[in-house]
Ligand binder design. Structure first.
Ligand code: TTP
Ligand code: MG
Ligand code: MG
Length: 499
């Protein structure tokens, strides 16, 4: 562990909700809940104003509505959030080549590697400047944690929330960590937390007191060992750039080539199941499913498919793997098969996406919005989704506040305007059409080092090529590659924000 707090962790505040508030002046300072609005919908996130009522991520939407009946309820606009995320990641990359994104709104940065900081003072200054730049470029607030290791940087940013900065001075780490609940540590999810609690261990200090042998007895060698080290604030995990390229994968080499196609299919299903168990074991989910096939002549093929959101669902991974296998000719025999998942994320959006798909039985999916609709006319009424932008021929830019019974209510405002007025139209009003989100900040202040909105870095790294991923898979049998294999921070996401 280094002796200066030069590892920075950034996490945007109430990200989706804040983006919506910035986009819609009438919602600023108000309770806003973003998530699936269908019958099985869950909350993606809630603004801090809504959290006061006990609404939080992953809560069923129906429960959120009971707790905060007057909040604004909006469906997520992933493409919009992604473009903001790219701006933020661009600012981080201006600080250091070592930027490790963990999700759309969160990343580690090694300030030392970028010579952006070398001691406490310079680190604090870099953090303050970064927050200012993020605000100037995106109009949003993010919280910054600074510490000598990843675990503590992440804890610090959590403590800084919302809209703050916390720096943990080297030397104070253990004192700070000691009284915190065990769930604070990377790798302690609900199950491990319960397990420890039954053994009478609830705080980090109690882990340290229990000792390494006891931890290993309770949790097994790898986990016990890792957790004990974390409890002593020993965390040497490096910040690793290009996290998206990492993968969890499993593969098997066969003594005798497999010729039977049905057997090949069964093996792929089995490997997919094993891969998901590893993925889940590390508390991860991923977006890109990769199949690797080495044929009798040692020619190796990889095929990959990128889902719309990360998954750790065995059914989803098995199906994707089976689809990928469909495109591979295995006549002649197969020597090796592998299944991997890459594009790792620290939470699963599958539920949300499943809901989106379900709800969008009645409208075009956001991501597909630009795709030509073909010859099939989509009933206009169905396109007015709460929160989405529209443009009216005379009244200008606004967003859908609600629709139903042949009517759509639109609030006319833009990120730069005063809170706007509401008007109701017939859903087939010819003057009304769907619109793209407007930029939250119209002109970028110079010198902020911000990447332009369209900066492709994040998107590019997401399009993991089959070859690259194939190599990652080939790296080792049953491997969780990258730092995630060591019970990484990414496996811990505290969904609740209980006050
Ligand atoms: P988080 O950073 O976990 O949460 P947040 O940014 O909303 O709030 P905080 O200030 O506590 O950081 O997640 C980032 C975004 O990811 C969040 O705005 C919505 C999305 N998300 C989900 O879709 N489902 C989830 O379960 C979680 C936790 C987040
Ligand atoms: Mg956040
Ligand atoms: Mg986050």
């Amino acid at each position: 562990m280094r002796n200066a707090p030069t590892i920075l962790h950034l996490d945007m505040d109430a990200f989706f909700a804040q983006a919506e508030q910035a986009s819609k002046p009438s919602l600023r300072g108000k309770a806003v809940v973003v998530g699936g609005l269908g019958p099985r919908g869950v909350v993606a996130t809630a603004s801090y104003e809504a959290r006061v009522f006990g609404v939080h991520s992953a809560m069923p939407m129906a429960q959120a509505r009971r707790r905060a009946p007057h909040a604004a309820y909006l469906v997520p606009r992933f493409a919009f959030y992604r473009s903001i995320s790219e701006q933020v990641m661009g600012l981080l990359r201006a600080l250091s080549p070592l930027v490790e994104p963990l999700s759309l709104d969160e990343a580690f940065v090694d300030l030392d590697a970028g010579r952006a900081a070398w001691d406490s003072d310079s680190a604090r200054l870099a953090g303050i400047r970064l927050r200012d730049d993020i605000r100037a470029v995106t109009g949003l607030t993010g919280s910054v944690g600074l510490a000598s290791c990843k675990m503590l940087a992440k804890i610090a940013s959590e403590q800084a929330k919302p809209d703050g900065l916390v720096l943990i001075e080297p030397g104070t780490e253990r004192a700070l960590l000691g009284p915190l609940p065990v769930r604070t540590l990377p790798g302690v999810g609900p199950a491990t937390g319960d397990h420890l609690r039954r053994a009478g261990i609830t705080t980090v200090d109690e882990i340290a007191e229990a000792g390494e042998d006891e931890l290993v007895r309770l949790l097994g060698k790898a986990h016990g060992h890792a957790l004990y080290a974390m409890a002593l604030a020993r965390d040497d995990r490096p910040v690793v750039a290009e996290r998206e390229a990492k993968s969890v994968s499993v593969e098997d080499t066969y003594d005798v080539d497999i010729h039977d196609r049905v057997r090949v299919e069964l093996e792929v299903q089995r490997l997919a199941g094993r891969c998901v168990r590893r993925l889940r074991g590390s508390g991860l989910s991923g977006r890109t499913i990769v199949l690797k096939v080495r044929r009798y002549d040692f020619s190796t093929l990889t095929r990959s498919e990128t889902l719309r959101g990360p998954t750790d669902d065995p059914g989803v991974v098995r199906e994707a793997a089976a689809r990928l296998l469909d495109s591979v000719d295995t006549t002649g025999g197969v020597r090796l098969l592998g299944v991997g998942v890459s594009g790792l994320a620290d939470f699963t959006q599958e539920d949300l996406f499943a809901q989106a798909a379900e709800e969008l039985a009645d409208g075009p999916e956001e991501e597909h919005a630009e795709e030509p609709a073909g010859d099939v006319p989509v009933p206009v009424e169905r396109q007015w989704r709460p929160g989405h932008d529209v443009r009216h021929a005379e009244l200008g830019h606004g967003w859908v506040q609600g629709s139903g019974l042949g009517r759509v209510t639109v609030r006319f405002e833009t990120p730069e305007s005063e809170p706007g007025r509401v008007r109701t139209f017939r859903t087939d009003d010819p003057g009304l059409e769907p619109a793209e989100p407007l930029p939250l900040v119209s002109s970028k202040p110079h010198g902020a080092g911000g990447a332009p909105a369209g900066e492709p870095a994040a998107e590019a790294s997401r399009e993991v090529s089959g070859e690259a991923v194939g190599e990652a898979i080939g790296a080792a049998e049953d491997e969780v590659s990258g730092s995630s294999g060591r019970g990484g921070d990414i496996s811990v996401v505290e969904f609740g924000n209980s006050p």
